[in-house]
Write a protein that binds this ligand. Structure first.
Ligand SMILES: [Zn+2]
Length: 93
């Protein structure tokens, strides 16, 4: 029987295999964790989405729009630059 196609395709970020990806409980923030039986490593599929509070986000944008570069904001708030860039992208319309 090959009825597995409805299941979401999981891909190991370490070795890129899609076979033998098994559920392995949850991590500390409650995200489903998977284990790759090909290379034996564990990983989570969904990146944390609410790592930073709304307040931090607003602050970051405020600093950015006051003339600081995204890179500068990242340095001030000690966070990932791509995170800041993401917020800016979402705010621009
Ligand atoms: Zn793997």
């Amino acid at each position: 029987m090959k009825n597995n196609k409805t299941e979401q395709l999981r891909k190991c970020p370490h070795c890129g295999k899609t076979e033998h990806q098994i559920k392995a409980g949850f991590n500390a923030s409650g995200t489903q964790r998977y284990k790759c039986k090909e290379c034996g490593k564990q990983y989570t599929l969904e990146p944390k989405k609410h790592e930073y509070s709304e307040q931090t986000r607003e602050l970051a944008l405020k600093i950015y729009y006051s003339g600081v570069s995204a890179r500068g904001v990242a340095r001030i708030l000690k966070m990932n630059k791509s995170n800041i860039a993401n917020w800016i992208k979402k705010t621009k319309k």
